[in-house]
Structure formats: C-alpha cells, structure tokens
Design a protein around this ligand. Structure first.
Ligand code: ZN
Length: 311
C-alpha cells in the first residue's frame, strides 16, 4: 500500500549552487530524514534548516562543507519553521569552529504570530538570537538570490523559499518528496500552495525526500488531492442518514479509508477535522457540539458530530 522510500545519499550536490546534507534522522514522519541544504557557489554558504540535532549530523555537515571547498563557511542559517526536526541541530552548529569560524553566524526564522501555537517552539533555545524573517525578504550569496515566501498552513510560522537563479522552490514541509504533507490549517495551506504554484517553479527541493521535477504539476496534484477529499467529505455529509444524525471525523475516516490499517485512522481523522474546519469557515458544515482545536484534544474532536448545512 505504501511505496518504499527511494535511497538518498547522505550528501549530494543537486545543482551548480545547491547541496543536500541529510539530517541523519530517518523515521516515519521524517522519511529519509530532514533535508538540510547548503547554498551558494562561493566560500560563503547559506544553510537552510539544520536537522533535528542528531550528534552525528554535526560531523557530517562539517565534512560535507569541507568537501565542497576547504575554505567554505556558513554565514546564515535559515529555519523554515518551528518543528524540531528543522532546528534541533542549531546549538551544535553554533559551537563548531569549522562551520562558524568568526562566531558571527546569523540565525533567521519567521516568528510565531501572536496568539498562535507551533508545536516544539516551546523547546526552542531562548538564549539563541534569532532574526525575524519577513515575507518577500531576500538573501544573497554567490549566485544565489533567495526570497522568503511565507506559507502558513503546515504550521503558523512556515516559510518556503524561492531560488531566483533556478526558478525553483524550497518547499520545506508543505510539499514533500514522498506522500502527502500534514497541515494545521487547511485554508491557509491551500492558499500557500496556490501562491507557490503561481510562481511556476521548475524544481522543488522539499524538506523531506528527493528533489521533485515538474514542480508546478506536483503542487497542482497536492491541491487536487485536497479538493477531492473535500468533495468526498461533503458527499458523505449530504447523505440522508448523515443529514439527520451527523457524522464524526472518525466515522468519515472509517467510510473513506476502508481497508486501511486501524493505526492510520487517527492521523487520517486529524486531516478530516481540518477539512471540516475549513468547510465550517466556508459556511457549508456545522459542528453539533462545541470543540476546541488543540491537538491534545484530538480524541475528543474526532468523536464530535458534524452536519452539512442545507443551502
Ligand atoms: Zn514540519
């Protein structure tokens, strides 16, 4: 049912100006591990994301950088979003004399908007100075012009990055090299995908998994997949019985994911909840009971009945 993951080398040059260094943290959610990218044709490199903090990663990054050229150094680390597998390696890197010889490495990340929560950000080291990314901000290094594209949806602080010279995109966790992505706000997530698609990217460099050719097509497929799910969900809620009694996200999952192992039902129900919340905002469905949208309460949310509103 699930395709095997392609093998990715721990270190590879992907283009004239992009190198991928794996975070050495393979897993169920991280696929082959988190991709971290080095950018720039000269000695000065930008590092995009820095893994989850596996002890072996530091040595691996140092060796990879040296392999590109002996005088290479990192001037900036840009963190795509607050999930730990994208920033956990930060403290090790800052201590490394090889990576940060002048001790003036700058860290950049989009701030979590007021009133929002991003999982893992409560563990982010408070003593590390972080410069706030701004939407459309531009970073330059040799033959690299990198533009920040704020794309909340996967998380409230998520950014993708446009590489002007290649007309390509670093998509972090909103488009993956394998399977589909998770999101915490479907409306924002879809808007983000539309924005990325409007750039007509050639290649995508995802936060996990291999490089994706035909980037624009892939983004359209992600959009289509979500819209198809939305249609399926409304279809079920429109059925006679569901109109009267409503359906819970878990019941919807049991109908839509027949034959899938039970262990996938809860994560799938989470994505159905996100669909229902979007449909509610769009004025198509209503929750039969009050509920709070916090992940800790997922068991409760998935048992709340939802109904379709007759137009
Ligand atoms: Zn993430």
């Amino acid at each position: 049912m699930t395709e095997a993951l392609a093998h990715l080398p721990n270190f590879s040059q992907l283009s004239q100006r992009v190198w991928r260094v794996l975070g050495l943290n393979p897993g169920k959610f991280t696929l082959q591990g988190t991709n971290t990218y080095l950018l720039g044709t000269g000695a000065q490199k930008i590092l995009l994301d820095c893994g989850e903090g596996k002890p072996e990663y530091l040595d691996h990054l140092e060796t990879s950088l040296q392999q590109i050229r002996p005088d290479a150094f990192i001037s900036d680390i840009i963190i795509s979003h607050g999930h730990r597998d994208h920033w956990g390696g930060l403290r090790d890197i800052l201590k490394s004399e090889k990576l940060n010889p002048q001790n003036n490495l700058q860290i950049h990340k989009f701030p979590v908007p007021d009133g929002c929560k991003v999982p893992h950000m409560d563990q982010f080291p408070k003593d590390i100075q972080v410069h706030a990314l701004v939407d459309n901000q531009i970073f330059n290094t040799d033959e690299v012009t990198l533009k920040v594209i704020y794309t909340p949806g996967h998380s409230k602080d998520h950014c993708a990055f446009w590489l002007e010279e290649e007309q390509s995109l670093f998509t972090a966790d909103c488009v993956l090299g394998h399977g589909t992505a998770v999101f915490d706000d479907l409306s924002e997530y879809l808007n983000g995908l539309q924005r990325l698609k409007s750039l007509h990217p050639k290649q995508l460099y995802p936060g996990h998994g291999p490089v994706i050719e035909n980037g624009e097509d892939k983004i359209q497929k992600y959009i289509d997949h979500r819209l198809y799910r939305e249609k399926q969900v409304t279809g079920l809620l429109k059925e006679e019985n569901a109109r009267q009694n409503g359906l819970t996200p878990l019941e919807i999952v049991q109908l839509l994911y027949k034959g899938y192992p039970g262990s996938l039902h809860l994560p799938a129900a989470h994505s159905i909840v996100m669909h229902l919340v979007k449909l509610q905002r769009d004025g198509h469905v209503i929750a039969a009971e009050e509920h709070e949208l916090v992940t800790e309460n997922i068991h409760k949310i998935v048992e709340t009945k939802w109904k379709y509103i007759l137009q």
